[in-house]
Ligand binder design. Structure first.
Ligand code: NAP
Length: 252
């Protein structure tokens, strides 16, 4: 193992949904640990590019709409072409639809499942094919508290994130022997666009804060250390794990 097992110098990472929120926080943390980073986004991730370059690393932008599996193979090939490898994949892009289960539509269901679960699987497959032929790598899926809990008014999101937990373990089982680690991070309540509606609802905001032992919403940067760890040689024997970064929410 290297002197600093958390050092990502010489590694190439690819982060989906890297223009904002948790994806941006993780992309910057990986760059600060030494990785060059391909940023997958459907909107210009100029802010994230600037933060990565400030950290002294290279950024590549890959424009892609992750509502279908169409761009998956291209994301891997363009990352390799731009940055010379593909060692770390962070499946972060995700969406949520809020509606009572009695009113939930097929569109509410399919849209969320397609991005959060189907594309996550097929992008992992494209990455896994490359990694298996190039000495291995690390895949980090962004799960949720709703990988463990039921939630309310978010049927397709809960189904997708519970599925992410299962897929993380399945892929770890299949790919550990190929030198690929597959793990997940389960964020608690993090202040991003995804949770803007909850933050804006005074009652829900108070209820959430009362239940978080840390007493505050998480910030995207709070996920960075967990991502660096799971991407690094320090986690080379960690497989199929879902690491909660939640200010103590699940412990309550
Ligand atoms: P966010 O700020 O809304 O970021 C979501 C990211 O995914 C954005 O970059 C978004 O792009 C991208 N994305 C969504 N659909 C896409 C598509 N079809 N094509 C390309 N990119 C797409 O929310 P976030 O909180 O950072 O969410 C990141 C991940 O963390 C998600 O998987 C979410 O489920 C998970 N998570 C969040 C929390 C939380 O409390 N915030 C808790 C648990 C898990 P646009 O900016 O263009 O929409």
């Amino acid at each position: 193992m290297a002197d600093n097992p958390f050092d990502l110098t010489g590694k190439v990472a690819c982060v989906t949904g890297a223009n904002t929120g948790i994806g941006q926080g993780i992309a910057v943390a990986l760059a600060r640990a030494g990785a060059d980073v391909a940023l997958v986004a459907r909107r210009d991730p100029a802010d994230t590019v600037a933060m990565i370059e400030d950290a002294g690393r290279k950024a590549a932008v890959i424009m892609a709409d992750l509502s279908s599996i169409e761009p998956c193979e291209r994301i891997v090939s363009e990352t390799v072409e731009a940055l010379g490898g593909f060692d770390i994949l962070v499946n972060n892009a995700g969406i949520i639809r809020r509606n009572d289960a009695l009113d939930f539509t097929e569109d509410d269901w399919d849209t969320v499942i397609d991005t959060n679960l189907k594309v996550l699987f097929f992008l992992s497959q494209a990455a896994g094919l490359h990694m298996a032929g190039h000495g291995g790598g690390s895949i980090i899926n962004i799960a949720s508290m709703l990988t463990f809990q039921g939630g309310i008014r978010v049927a397709s999101y809960t189904a997708s994130k519970s599925g992410v937990g299962g897929l993380t373990k399945l892929l770890a089982n299949e790919w550990a022997a190929k030198g690929i680690t597959v793990n997940a991070i389960a964020p608690g309540y993090i202040a991003t666009n995804n949770t803007a509606a909850l933050q804006a609802d005074a009652d829900r905001n108070r209820q959430i804060l009362e239940r978080i032992p840390a007493g505050r919403w998480g910030e995207p940067g709070d996920l960075g250390g967990a991502a660096v760890f799971l991407a690094s040689d320090a986690a080379r024997y960690v497989q199929g794990h879902i690491l909660a970064v939640d200010g103590g929410w699940l412990a309550r």
